[in-house]
Design a protein around this ligand. Structure first.
Ligand SMILES: CC(C)(COP(=O)(O)OP(=O)(O)OC[C@H]1O[C@@H](n2cnc3c(N)ncnc32)[C@H](O)[C@@H]1OP(=O)(O)O)[C@@H](O)C(=O)NCCC(=O)NCCS
Length: 179
């Protein structure tokens, strides 16, 4: 397993554990996604998002286009425990968070926040001005995380977009200005 590009090493509780070394069991590494991650990414995405997981072909092409802003949590034992993906519009300076997850057994240890903090830092560094995302209005955990990072509803209607993903599939649009 490769450790490049190695950004941060986190212990199993999400604490920073030093920058050195390859991922070892019990340690998590936050790094850029690799092409070789795609099968495990697909498994992880299905585990977390089930019937609304990305189809394999779309995940593949999201990687092809947006690998620069596709980060994973590598457990050093062949598994991924989370990912975040941001997509930037072609000519603008806007990005959308298209995916964020942490495996169920690893939640509430700060990993979701780590993924978001790192991707926002990279987007800022890459000159992105505005970041948007959609969230299910009942997804309290995600909304609290995003609000704590400074995201606010994109008006009108408190960010609520009815039938955004089809009949009955409402979403709230949140927005963060990075500049
Ligand atoms: C949303 C998600 C990524 C959060 O990951 P996580 O690693 O558990 O989050 P963190 O431990 O970093 O928590 C960060 C903040 O989120 C909020 N939060 C996370 N889980 C929460 C919960 N179950 N209840 C209430 N608040 C919660 C809190 O504000 C928390 O800050 P705090 O620990 O200081 O209170 C995770 O719950 C997940 O993967 N959910 C399923 C997929 C999903 O809904 N993705 C988002 C789609 S828009």
């Amino acid at each position: 397993m490769t450790a490049e590009p190695l950004e941060r090493t986190l212990d199993r509780h999400g604490r920073l554990a030093g920058p050195e070394g390859f991922p070892e069991p019990g340690r998590l590494v936050l790094r850029g996604a690799l092409e070789s991650d795609l099968p495990e990414l697909r498994r992880l995405d299905e585990e977390v998002f089930q019937e609304v997981a990305y189809p394999a072909f779309l995940l593949r092409q999201l990687y092809d286009v947006y690998a620069q802003h596709f980060l994973v949590l590598d457990d050093g034992a062949g598994g991924l425990r989370g990912y975040v993906l941001a997509a930037t519009t072609a000519f603008g300076r806007d990005s959308w968070i298209l995916g964020l997850c942490v495996t169920e057994g690893d939640r509430r240890h700060g990993l979701g926040r780590e993924l978001m903090t790192e991707i926002l830092a990279r987007l800022r560094q890459d000159g992105i001005d505005t970041v948007r995302l959609t969230v299910e209005p009942a997804n309290r955990a995600a909304i609290l995380l995003y609000r704590s990072l400074g995201f606010t509803p994109e008006e009108p209607d408190g960010g609520l977009r009815r039938d955004y993903f089809g009949p009955g599939e409402h979403r709230q649009v949140l927005r963060l200005e990075l500049c």
